[in-house]
Design a protein. Structure first.
Lengths: 491, 478
C-alpha cells in the first residue's frame, strides 16, 4: 500500500473502528477520533519534504483496477496544487475535531463518525486523478456534512442542512451529466473509454463540445465555490453548522469547487474556458463586492464571517478568470489562505459562542479587556483575512490582482474596492466586539483561551505568519503545475 | 418419440414446475395441518427457491436454447431476470414471517401465492409467445390481487385489492386486445413471426400503431408508469407492507422484462412508432412520481410515487435504444430490487409506515437507521451505491444516443428526489422520537438477514460494481 492510499484509508479505517466503540464511552470516542486525525496529519506532513518540486506531472501515483468495464480506476496522485489542499485538509481535520471536544456533548459517537467520514471524502477528492473517483468523493462529503449541520447545528439547522444538500446535489448532477458526456466524447476520440484525467487531457475536443461541457462543469463547481449568484446556500449552512462543520465547510468544502475548476474545467476545456473568462471575472467581482457589502450590514458575528467567505472566494475565482500564471498561483494560494484565516475566524466565533451562547455583535464590545489573548488571536485572524501585508491574505490577493490587472484593469480596480470594503467590515467587526468599553456585564467573567483552544489556533496562526512573511516555498510548489496549466490556456 | 413434450421442454419448464409444486405443497400442508404447519412454511419455501435456483444454474450452463417450438427462450436475459425474481421472492418470504405473525394473518397460502407469483413472472422473462406470456402475466397478477387483500380484517387492504383487481383486469384486457391485434398482423403468436410481419409493414401502419398503443398501455400499467400509474399509490399504501415490497419489485420487474422482450424483439422494427410514446411516458413518470412524492407523509405512499419515478428511469434506458441502455436497464433493475426491498425491510422492522413512525429511529436502533440512509441514498442515485451505478448507465446510454435533454431531465430529478428521500432521513435522525416509542418491533431474524443482504449488496455494488456490470453485459449480449 502506498503513501497516499494509507493517508486516504486512515480516516476510513478510523471510522470503521469507531463504529465498534460503544457510544457510552464518549471519552474514548473523542480520543480515538482525534488520534486518527492527528495521525493523518503526521502521515501527510512529510509529503511536503518528499514532494519533488522540479518534477512535472503527478507524484506518488498509485493505480489499481476498479471498474474495468467502465474504464474507471482507483488512481491517486498529487501535484503541487493538490499537495497544498491535501495538507490543508489534513491540518483542518484534527483542528476541527479538537475544537469540538467540549462543544459536542450529545451523540458524540455519531459526530466523530461523521467527521472521520468527511475527512475521508475530502482527502479522496483532492487525491483523485480519475473523474469517476473524483465524482464519488465529491458526493461522498455531502451526507456527513448534512448530518453535521442537521444534528449539531443551530436553530435553523434543518432548513440549512437541506438547503446545502439540495443546492450542491442540483449542481453535481449536472456535473455528472457533463462528466459522462466528456467520458463518451473523449472515449470516441481516444478510441477507448476512460475516466483517467491525463488520458482525457489528450483528447482534442471541438469548441462547441467544450462549451457545453464547460458550462455543465461550471454549474457543479460554481455552486460548490459558491460563485454569485449561486451563493445563497452558504450563509445559512455556515451560520447554522457547528464550529467543526463551519471550519471544514469554509476551509475545505468550498475549495472543492475552485479545485474542480483548476483540476478539471480549465485544463480539459481550455478554449471554452478562455471564452468564458469574462463571465467568470464579472461573477467574481460581483461576489467580491456584493459579499463585502452584505458583511457591512450583518448583526450576527458568524453570519458576517460566512458572507466574508463569499467575498474571499470571489478573489479565488477572479484569479482563475485571469487564467495566467499569477492569477492561477494566487488563486490556489488564496484558497489555502482562506482556509487558514476563515477557519480561524470560525473557531474564534465558536469559542465565544460556547461561552456566551449568543452571536449578536451587539451583545459584545470591549472583550479585549477580559480576554486579551483571545483579542490578540482574533486581531491576527482579522488582519490575515483583510489582507494586511506580512500576513498570508495579502500575498494571495496581491498575486491575484497582479494576474487580473494584466487581463483587465477594471477587474483589478473593482477588486481593490473589495479589499477596501473587506478591511472596513472586518475592522469594524473587531472594533464593535473587542474594543471600547465593556458594555455588557455578562461578558465580564468570560475566561480567556484555554490550552486546548490555543492548540487549535496556534498552527493556523503560525501558518498565517509563515506564508505572509516568506511565501516563496509555497509558490515554488505551485510553479510547475501552474505554468503547465497557464500554458494549456495559452496565456 | 413424442415431439409434444421433449426433454428440453421439460428442462425449460422445471423451475416453474418446482415453484408450483412447492406452492401447492404449502397450500396442502396448510389445509391438512392447519395451525401446526405455520412454523414449517418457511422451511418449505426456502428449499423450494433453492431448488429453483439450482435449476436456473443448470439452465445457465446450456443457455441459450428454446423450448416448446419457440414459445420459451431460455437465454442470459431471461435468466438474469429470473435470478432477480428468485432473490426477491426469497427476501419477501423472509420479510413476511414476523409481519404476518404480528398482523395475525399467518396463513400458509400466503407463501404459496408468493411462489405462484414467481412462477408467473418466470414466463414474462423467458416467454416468446403471446399466449404463454399472457398466461404467465395473469398467474402473477392474480396471485398479487389476492396478496394485496391478504389482511382480511383491514379495510385498506381490501380496498387495495379491489382497486388493483378492477384496474388490473382492465389493463389485462387492453393487453389482450393488443396481443390479438399482433396475432391478426402476423397470423401467429410466436415472436419470430410477429417480428417478420411488423418489419414487413411501415412503422406507422395503423394496425401496428394501434397494437403498440394497447400493448404499451397494458404494460405501462403493470410497471406503474405514468399515465397509467394512478392505482399504484393507493394499492402500495393499502396492501400489506411485505406484499407492497413484492409488488414494487417482483411485479414491476416482471412486466419490465416483458416490455424489453416485446419492444426490442418483435416490435423492434416499429421503433419509430413506440419511441415517442415511451419518451412521453418516461418524462411524465419522472415528473409525476417525483413531484407527488414531495408532499407524502406516508412512507409506503412515498415509495409508491418514487417507484413511478424509477419506472421513468427504466423507460429512459429503453428509449436510449443502444447496448448501454439495455445494460443500464438490467443494472438499474437489479439495483432497484435491492434498494427497494431494503427500504421496505426497514419499514417492516419498525412495523410502521408513517413518516412519524420513523422519528428518532437513529436513537432506538442506529444500525437500522444507518442502512435506511444507505437505501435512500441509493434510491436517490448518489454514489457510492448501486442506485448510482444504475443511473450512471442510464445517463451514459442517453448521451451515447445523443439525447442530452433527456439525460439532463433525468439528472435534475435526482435533486428533487433527494429532497423527499431525505425527509425520511430527517425524521430518523433529526426529529426526536416519541418518549413511548419502544425498541424496534419487527426486527426478526428474517428481517435482519434481508436487511444485511440488501444493505451489503447495495453498498457493495456501488463500491465495486464490476461483477454486476459483467453480469448485466452478459444478460443483454445478443
Amino acid at each position: 500500500m502506498g503513501w497516499l492510499t494509507a493517508l486516504l484509508a486512515l480516516p476510513l479505517v478510523g471510522f470503521v473502528v469507531l463504529l465498534a466503540i460503544p457510544g457510552r464511552a464518549a471519552g474514548a470516542v473523542r480520543l480515538w477520533a482525534n488520534a486518527v486525525l492527528l495521525g493523518g496529519l503526521a502521515l501527510a506532513a512529510p509529503l511536503w519534504t518528499a514532494f519533488d518540486r522540479g518534477a512535472g506531472g503527478y507524484q506518488f501515483v498509485e493505480r489499481a483496477a476498479w471498474i474495468p468495464s467502465l474504464g474507471a480506476q482507483y488512481l491517486v496522485g498529487i501535484d503541487g496544487i493538490s499537495l497544498l489542499l491535501v495538507l490543508l485538509t489534513a491540518l483542518l481535520g484534527p483542528v476541527a475535531a479538537l475544537a469540538s471536544w467540549n462543544a459536542i456533548a450529545e451523540r458524540v459517537k455519531e459526530f466523530y463518525a461523521m467527521l472521520l467520514l468527511l475527512q475521508f471524502g475530502m482527502l479522496g477528492l483532492f487525491l483523485s486523478l480519475d473523474l469517476l473517483l473524483f465524482f464519488v468523493f465529491f458526493e461522498l462529503v455531502l451526507v456527513p456534512m448534512y448530518f453535521l449541520i442537521g444534528i449539531w447545528g443551530g436553530e435553523r439547522r434543518l432548513y440549512a442542512a437541506m438547503k446545502f444538500f439540495l443546492y450542491t446535489v442540483a449542481g453535481s448532477v449536472v456535473l455528472l451529466v457533463g462528466m459522462v458526456a466528456l467520458y463518451w466524447q473523449g472515449g470516441q476520440q481516444l478510441g477507448r473509454a476512460t475516466f483517467e484525467l491525463t488520458e482525457l487531457l489528450r483528447a482534442q475536443l471541438p469548441l462547441e463540445t467544450q462549451r457545453w461541457l464547460f458550462w455543465a462543469f461550471f454549474v457543479g463547481f460554481a455552486i460548490k465555490v459558491p460563485m454569485a449568484p449561486f451563493h445563497t446556500w452558504l450563509p445559512d449552512a455556515h451560520t447554522e453548522a457547528p464550529t467543526a462543520g463551519s471550519v471544514l465547510l469554509a476551509g475545505v468544502l468550498l475549495k472543492m469547487g475552485t479545485y474542480g475548476f483548476v483540476r478539471l474545467s480549465l485544463p480539459l476545456f481550455p478554449e471554452a474556458a478562455r471564452e468564458a473568462a469574462p463571465v467568470l471575472g464579472v461573477l467574481s467581482i460581483a461576489a467580491i463586492l456584493y459579499g463585502a457589502l452584505i458583511c457591512l450590514a450583518q448583526q450576527d458575528w458568524k453570519r458576517l464571517v460566512a458572507y466574508s467567505s463569499v467575498s474571499h472566494m470571489g478573489f479565488c475565482t477572479l484569479g482563475l478568470a485571469a487564467m495566467n500564471s499569477n492569477g492561477l498561483a494566487g488563486s490556489v494560494l488564496q484558497q489555502v489562505n482562506h482556509g487558514i484565516s476563515t477557519s480561524l475566524l470560525f473557531l474564534l466565533v465558536g469559542y465565544v459562542y460556547e461561552r456566551r451562547h449568543t452571536r449578536q455583535i451587539g451583545d459584545f464590545g470591549g472583550l479585549a479587556m477580559v480576554m486579551p489573548r483571545f483579542a490578540f488571536v482574533f486581531a491576527v485572524a482579522v488582519f490575515s483575512s483583510a489582507g494586511l501585508p506580512l500576513l498570508n491574505g495579502f500575498i494571495g490577493e496581491f498575486t491575484i490582482l497582479q494576474g487580473a490587472f494584466v487581463v483587465n484593469r477594471a477587474w483589478a480596480a473593482a477588486a481593490v474596492g473589495g479589499i477596501v470594503l473587506g478591511a472596513a467590515y472586518l475592522l469594524w467587526l473587531y472594533q464593535r466586539t473587542m474594543l471600547g468599553d465593556l458594555r455588557n456585564e455578562a461578558n465580564r467573567e468570560l475566561p480567556d483561551l484555554t490550552a486546548r483552544e490555543w492548540a487549535t489556533v496556534l498552527p493556523l496562526l503560525g501558518l498565517a505568519v509563515a506564508i505572509g512573511v516568506y511565501p516563496q516555498p509555497w509558490f515554488a510548489v505551485l510553479e510547475r503545475p501552474v505554468l503547465e496549466l497557464a500554458g494549456r490556456l495559452g496565456r | 418419440m413424442s415431439h409434444f413434450y421433449t426433454d428440453v421442454d421439460h428442462f425449460a419448464l422445471l423451475p416453474v414446475i418446482l415453484l408450483a409444486l412447492f406452492g401447492c405443497a404449502v397450500f396442502l400442508f396448510d389445509f391438512l395441518l392447519g395451525e401446526r404447519s405455520r412454523r414449517w412454511q418457511l422451511a418449505l419455501v426456502l428449499p423450494g427457491l433453492a431448488l429453483t435456483g439450482w435449476q436456473l444454474t443448470r439452465q445457465g450452463e446450456i443457455a441459450p436454447f428454446t423450448a416448446f417450438h419457440g414459445a420459451l427462450t431460455i437465454d442470459a436475459f431471461g435468466l438474469f431476470f429470473n435470478w432477480l425474481f428468485l432473490v426477491t421472492a426469497g427476501l419477501v418470504a423472509l420479510l413476511s414471517y414476523r409481519y404476518l405473525e404480528v398482523e395475525q394473518e399467518h396463513q400458509g397460502e400466503y407463501y404459496g401465492l408468493v411462489l405462484m407469483a414467481q412462477a408467473g413472472a418466470y414466463f414474462l422473462a423467458v416467454g416468446t409467445e403471446l399466449i404463454t406470456i399472457f398466461v404467465g402475466l395473469e398467474t402473477m397478477s392474480i396471485s398479487f390481487y389476492v396478496l394485496a387483500g391478504f389482511l382480511r380484517r383491514s379495510r385498506r387492504s381490501n380496498e387495495a385489492a379491489l382497486k388493483y383487481l378492477l384496474l388490473g383486469a382492465f389493463s389485462s384486457g387492453l393487453l389482450a386486445y393488443g396481443f390479438s391485434l399482433l396475432y391478426g398482423l402476423a397470423g401467429s403468436t410466436y415472436f419470430g413471426d410477429i417480428a417478420a410481419a411488423v418489419a414487413a409493414r411501415p412503422a406507422f401502419d395503423p394496425l401496428t400503431v394501434l397494437a403498440i398503443l394497447t400493448v404499451s398501455a397494458g404494460i405501462l400499467f403493470k410497471i406503474a408508469a405514468a399515465p397509467f400509474h394512478m392505482w399504484a399509490p393507493d394499492v402500495y399504501e393499502g396492501a400489506p407492507t411485505a406484499v407492497t415490497a413484492y409488488l414494487a419489485v417482483g411485479s414491476k420487474l416482471g412486466s419490465l422484462a416483458l416490455l424489453l422482450r416485446l419492444f426490442l424483439g418483435p416490435l423492434g422494427a416499429a421503433r419509430e412508432a413506440w419511441e415517442p410514446l415511451l419518451i412521453v411516458a418516461a418524462v411524465v413518470s419522472l415528473t409525476v412520481g417525483n413531484l407527488a412524492a414531495l408532499t407524502q407523509s406516508n412512507v409506503k405512499r412515498l415509495l409508491a410515487y418514487s417507484s413511478i419515478a424509477h419506472a421513468g428511469y427504466l423507460l429512459l434506458g429503453v428509449v436510449a435504444g443502444n447496448a448501454t441502455g439495455w445494460r443500464g436497464v438490467a443494472v438499474y433493475a437489479a439495483a432497484y430490487a435491492l434498494m427497494t426491498l431494503g427500504a421496505f425491510a426497514v419499514l417492516l422492522a419498525v412495523h410502521g409506515e408513517e413518516m412519524t413512525d420513523l422519528n428518532g429511529l437513529a436513537r432506538r436502533h442506529p444500525a437500522t437507521a444507518a442502512v435506511m440512509v444507505l437505501f435512500l441514498v441509493s434510491l436517490a442515485g448518489l454514489p457510492p451505491t448501486a442506485g448510482f451505478v444504475g443511473k450512471y448507465y442510464i445517463f451514459l446510454a442517453l448521451i451515447e444516443a445523443g439525447r442530452y435533454g433527456l439525460a439532463v431531465v433525468g439528472a435534475v430529478y435526482v435533486a428533487v428526489a433527494l429532497f423527499y428521500y431525505f425527509r425520511v432521513v430527517r425524521s430518523m435522525f433529526l426529529t426526536p422520537g416519541a418518549a413511548a416509542a419502544g425498541p424496534v418491533a419487527g426486527l426478526s431474524a428474517g428481517v435482519r438477514v434481508a436487511l444485511g443482504v440488501t444493505g451489503v449488496l447495495t453498498l457493495g455494488a456501488g463500491v465495486y460494481p464490476e461483477p454486476l456490470l459483467q453480469w448485466a453485459v452478459r444478460a443483454v449480449l445478443k
